[in-house]
Design a binder for this molecule. Structure first.
Ligand SMILES: [Zn+2]
Length: 165
């Protein structure tokens, strides 16, 4: 077991921020980790995300599991919605951390956004960089790299000046 036990049956795992060579990535991973560490509920909340706005503020969100799985909410989308409430600044970087189930053990780990989140994030924060796990490290990569040749529709032709870009 990589974690240490703080209370009976509750194991807290090492913060994966230490695998990030980039200071911004480490800050976001640490925030996501602390969020899910404190808000974890088995089978209900297992992933947290943190997104950094251009003004330096960080907004967190947690994954919400649904009884009917397809209605679950990803942590990345929750963080995006949280940022939408509090800032009009562009969103520049994001990270997400998955906390292991007690039956799994092992460390908390950085997770890449799912395909659906890549779509939504690219619609609302196309300049975003995202922390992804690669070769044991958490590396910041452009979101556009994770979703090449994105579909572009006609719902909005221009981006309002006060909107995330
Ligand atoms: Zn997702």
């Amino acid at each position: 077991m990589n974690g240490h036990t703080l209370a009976a049956g509750v194991v807290f795992n090492p913060n994966p921020a230490g695998t990030c060579p980039d200071e911004t990535a480490a800050r976001l991973v640490a925030t996501a980790y602390e969020t899910i560490r404190s808000r974890y509920v088995e089978g209900r909340r297992q992933i947290a995300a943190a997104v950094l706005a251009a003004d330096g503020r960080v907004f967190a969100g947690v994954h919400l599991e649904a009884m009917v799985g397809c209605y679950s909410l990803c942590a990345e989308r929750a963080a995006l919605a949280q940022a939408a409430i509090y800032t009009d600044q562009p969103l520049v970087a994001m990270a997400a951390v998955r906390y292991p189930k007690p039956s799994e053990g092992g460390p908390a780990r950085i997770v890449a956004p799912c395909g659906g989140c890549r779509e939504l994030l690219s619609d609302h924060a196309p300049g975003l960089r995202v922390v992804v796990p690669r070769e044991g490290r958490g590396l910041l990569v452009p979101l556009a790299e994770l979703l090449p040749d994105k579909y572009v529709g006609t719902k909005w032709a221009t981006t309002p000046a006060n909107y995330h870009q």
